[in-house]
Design a binder for this molecule. Structure first.
Ligand code: GDP
Ligand code: FE
Ligand code: FE
Ligand code: FE
Length: 195
């Protein structure tokens, strides 16, 4: 694993080692899969492949930070206090950027925005946001009913992939009677509906 371009004062090797020590082996493998898929999607969508590979690699950096640490950061680092009503599924993107800046020393706005939006998506999605959001969903380690269709659609047209994921994630959350983060719903109303 090696990232050519520097988005941090840390070396590529230091970023890889910090990432590895902050998560389980399975989660680390997922991040490698997202990185590779993001690179492929970048090539297909004329985006910087090295930058997409790095954003994909670090997207879940803070997934396994403790609930206590998240609550403390939300309370003291200027985050919307409504986040206290959510959980790590929502925090690791939006608040995860805090830990990525603090530990990985990555301050690139495009990368941080893509991490922030990778779980819920948003009304506005940049090319990098779409790449990370979709790579997370279709990387080779993912297996769920519909993943093959998701891959086919996404490789043909990334915007339609975003709509597919939002519709299917909402179906899945509603089936389980889970709480829906309003931004996920707002994003669905932009990317998910058929004209
Ligand atoms: P992962 O970090 O690689 O497992 O993937 P994601 O970051 O995309 O998603 C994390 C979890 O958040 C998944 O289980 C999603 O189903 C869930 N999720 C996505 N949107 C919402 C939402 O609006 N509300 C809730 N409660 N969960 C969501
Ligand atoms: Fe995630
Ligand atoms: Fe996702
Ligand atoms: Fe992920």
């Amino acid at each position: 694993l090696f990232f050519k371009k520097t988005y941090s004062v840390l070396s590529s090797a230091e970023i890889v080692s910090k990432e590895k020590s902050n998560m389980t082996e399975d989660r680390f493998e997922h991040c490698i899969g997202v990185s590779k898929t993001a690179k492929k999607l970048a090539e297909l969508n004329q985006y910087d492949e090295d930058k997409a590979a790095l954003a994909g690699f670090i997207h879940d950096y803070a997934k396994q930070v403790s609930v206590e640490e998240y609550r403390e950061v939300i309370k003291t680092k200027g985050f919307d206090q409504d986040l206290l009503n959510w959980n790590r599924s929502i925090w690791h993107g939006i608040v995860g950027t805090y830990f990525i800046q603090r530990d990985l020393k990555i301050n690139d706005t495009e990368i941080l925005t893509a991490v922030r939006r990778h779980t819920t998506a948003d009304v506005e999605m940049t090319t990098l946001d779409k790449i990370v959001f979709m790579a997370d969903y279709i990387e080779p380690g993912r297996s769920f009913p519909g993943v093959e269709e998701a891959r086919k659609i996404t490789y043909a047209n990334i915007d339609r992939g975003v709509g597919y994921q939002l519709a299917h994630t909402l179906e899945f959350l509603i089936e389980k009677r889970n709480k829906i983060y309003p931004r996920t719903l707002d994003a669905y109303n932009v990317w998910g509906i058929k004209e």
